[in-house]
Design a protein. Structure first.
Length: 193
């Protein structure tokens, strides 16, 4: 099977898993974790689905009505990147599962240059907010990366609180060697009821 086919299959699995997490408003998170070696070969790919955290619900609701008259609600602090960790606590809407459990030092990385982006899936199919972060060779090297968050404080080399984390995932441990590249592409799909 080619890397392209593996990736397409993984995206399909991620979307299927996300359907189980769909909330009443039609907002789901899903994506893929890719580990690539120094020759550009796909070593590992994992699909994931997640709940958007309570802070994420607040983030999207606030962004949706920011500055709308007459109340002119203040805008949310915008998300800026992702962070990694080695914790295994299950992801949750709030509390310990709503933030990184064990922060991986120096894994705070901004979104890739052309992200976030919008992917309009077509009439009646919804719209994805797409986030992607890539940890290049020599960055976040660790034998057991198991968690990631989308945060509004990616410039800070420290763990993020639940209030700073709009989404969190937990996945099977990834062994990122010093010459490997890790990329996480994360979709938040909006589909009105």
């Amino acid at each position: 099977m080619t890397d392209s086919n593996r990736l397409m299959d993984t995206w399909s699995l991620a979307m299927e898993r996300a359907r189980a997490f769909k909330d009443g408003f039609g907002l789901v998170g899903y994506g893929v974790v890719e580990l690539i070696d120094s020759r550009g070969r796909l070593i590992e790919v994992q699909d994931f689905a997640n709940l958007i955290t309570d802070a994420g619900d607040l983030y999207y609701a606030t962004r949706g009505i920011a500055a709308v008259a007459p109340s002119a609600t203040a805008d949310a602090t915008k998300v800026t990147g992702m962070k990694l960790g080695t914790g295994t606590t299950a992801a949750a809407k709030s509390g310990a599962g709503g933030a990184l459990v064990t922060y991986l030092s120096a894994s705070n990385v901004a979104f890739d240059a052309t992200f976030p982006s919008i992917s309009n899936l077509g009439a009646g199919l919804g719209v994805n907010a797409v986030y992607k972060t890539t940890w290049g060779a020599g960055v976040a090297t660790n034998a057991a990366i198991t968690e990631a968050v989308i945060v509004n404080d990616s410039a800070t080399n420290a763990t993020s609180t639940a209030a700073n984390s709009i989404s969190r995932i937990v996945f099977t441990a990834v062994n990122k060697g010093a010459s490997d590249t890790l990329a996480i592409t994360w979709n938040h799909k909006f589909l009105g009821a």
